[in-house]
Design a protein around this ligand. Structure first.
Ligand SMILES: C[S@@+](CC[C@H](N)C(=O)[O-])C[C@H]1O[C@@H](n2cnc3c(N)ncnc32)[C@H](O)[C@@H]1O
Length: 264
């Protein structure tokens, strides 16, 4: 069973770029924090009921045909990549992209496809402009894109959405698996309570990093409401825009935002 292929090790690529992480567009501290917590990330998510199930739902909601070429944007330690691999074991290729060399090194070590396996590859890069690092066999178009807990983190979501549309094959789907609470007072209140009383204390205990968990709470509060994000997608030319819910405490808080590139 061969390990997933990489374009050289991410750590090597990153060190060649003169930094631990590749994140040219600013807000580097977010990525530095992900680098720092990479080792603990999977353990923390295991304490979050529904985390992996919900990623699987978003992967399934793409409804991809056999032999698809799939892009996992902001793949982190590969939990979303694993959801794709489990849902589409017959995919032709799955490319994971993340700006944190620490997170992506972990993904590349942890994921070993089983059986007749897709080609796997992990690439360090900025999700705002993936085409800059997706070359050769990893070049677009893709039959499906999953971006789980990513769009909220990019500094310029409009530029990101504009750059993602042409990466999709005509008619191909994209799923943004993301927190969004702005449209609902109940969801905002529940998010604040869970974040302040459970996520932040646990996160700080495991990582000794308060900034990261404060950033998580505030970035979720700041992010578009469901209606605004759907409108943002339509403005950028995406079609069939719709949103599906999760269950558990994440109901009304985490969503699958689904859309497609127009066929013509
Ligand atoms: C919360 S993790 C999600 C990881 C994975 N998708 C999952 O569902 O578990 C968010 C990831 O987004 C990455 N990220 C944030 N901004 C990014 C950017 N501009 N380009 C690429 N990756 C980015 C971080 O490094 C981090 O690994």
């Amino acid at each position: 069973m061969s390990p997933p292929s990489m374009a050289g090790s991410p750590a090597q690529e990153a060190s060649a770029a003169g930094a631990t992480s590749v994140f040219p567009a600013g807000r580097a501290e977010v990525i530095d924090d992900f680098d720092a917590i990479a080792r603990r990330y999977d353990l923390l998510t295991r304490l979050n009921p529904g985390y992996t199930t919900h990623l699987a739902w978003s992967a399934q909601r793409l409804h991809l045909a056999p032999h698809a070429r799939i892009l996992d944007l902001c793949c982190g330690t590969g939990l979303s990549t694993r959801a794709l691999l489990a849902t589409y074991p017959d995919a032709a290729r799955i490319v994971g992209l993340d700006a944190s060399a620490g997170m992506i090194s972990h993904a590349a070590r942890a994921i070993t496809p089983r059986g007749p396996r897709p080609q796997m590859r992990f690439v360090v890069g900025d999700a705002t402009d993936p085409a800059a690092v997706l070359t050769g066999d990893d070049a677009p178009p893709f039959d499906g894109i999953l971006m789980a807990y990513g769009i909220r983190n990019v500094p310029d979501p409009d530029r990101c959405l504009a750059n993602l549309l042409p990466l999709l094959a005509p008619g191909a789907p994209i799923c943004f698996h993301e927190y969004s609470v702005a449209d609902s007072a109940l969801a905002r209140a529940l998010w604040n309570t869970v974040s302040r009383t459970v996520i932040t204390p646990l996160g700080v205990a495991f990582t000794r990093n308060l900034r990261m968990w404060r950033y998580l709470r505030e970035s979720v509060e700041r992010f578009d409401g469901v209606t605004a994000f759907e409108e943002r997608l339509r403005r950028h030319g995406y079609v069939d825009v719709h949103t599906l819910p999760m269950n558990g405490w994440q109901r009304g808080i985490v969503h699958s935002f689904l859309a497609r590139r127009p066929r013509a």
